[in-house]
Design a protein around this ligand. Structure first.
Ligand SMILES: [Fe+2]
Length: 239
């Protein structure tokens, strides 16, 4: 399995602050059968002003941990790129980071509550016009998407992929609405992949995927589980 949304790096955002915590996360993931993690730390100015070089440096620290501890897992470059009226200049300044820095798929997120100044669909279109494919992080967690369900169909029609969180699928998100919305997206076949969005080695947002693989297999068939957790993620992290 491949985790395309995980805050595995330390001291770059609101996730792990210590190498030991990132190491614990790596151990949980490796023991669970996760083979590759995309390190998708926040790029969210002014809170997290990470550059590609910052994330690359933090990635190398985590890769050194893997080697020193002989773990059977790989971590690649990525970012969770925050889109709003204040951050979109980064798109033109090469300030956002794509998966593997391959210039292909880009994980993006929005604010929980939408500012009137923000135009999410036009931001996605600008990213597509630049030649990237947006992967929308956890659409089930945005209140304004709950109120406008057709946005998800529209974004998929534009070519975006929808990444739903493991915790929402397993009904573990503290926001009940996110759990309900994830089920609705699964029932309507509007999900492209599932990832952990893990920030720590402890529950509920663990860096594990085997439990959600079993859940999807049971409720929607093994083919779907393979698609959400192996095949589409593989495509996202490919050159
Ligand atoms: Fe995240």
């Amino acid at each position: 399995m491949i985790d395309v949304h995980c805050h595995i790096l330390y001291r770059v955002d609101d996730a792990s602050q210590r190498s030991t915590e990132s190491l614990d996360m790596l151990k949980v993931a490796a023991a669970d059968g996760v083979k590759v993690i995309a390190a998708t730390s926040h790029i969210k100015p002014p809170m997290y002003e990470n550059t590609k070089a910052d994330l690359q440096h933090a990635l190398e620290n985590v890769q050194a941990l893997i080697e020193a501890n002989h773990l059977d897992i790989e971590v690649i470059l990525g970012a969770e790129n925050f889109l709003n009226h204040k951050s979109m200049h980064l798109l033109d300044e090469d300030g956002f980071v794509t998966y593997g820095d391959y210039g292909k798929y880009m994980l993006v997120e929005f604010a929980w509550t939408k500012n009137a100044m923000d135009k999410p669909t036009s931001y996605l279109q600008r990213i597509i016009d630049k030649g990237f494919i947006p992967v929308v992080a956890h659409p089930e967690r945005y209140q304004w998407v709950h109120e406008d369900y057709e946005l998800v169909r529209l974004w998929r029609k534009m070519g975006c992929l929808m990444q739903v969180n493991r915790t929402s699928v397993l009904q573990l998100d503290k926001m009940q609405k996110a759990n309900e919305f994830a089920t609705r997206l699964l029932e309507d076949d509007l999900v492209d992949c599932i990832a952990t969005d893990s920030h720590a080695p402890y529950a509920p947002r663990l860096p594990k995927l085997s439990d959600v693989y079993v859940y999807i297999s049971k409720h929607y068939g093994e083919e779907k589980a393979k698609s959400y957790l192996i095949d589409v993620p593989q495509q996202i992290i490919s050159k």
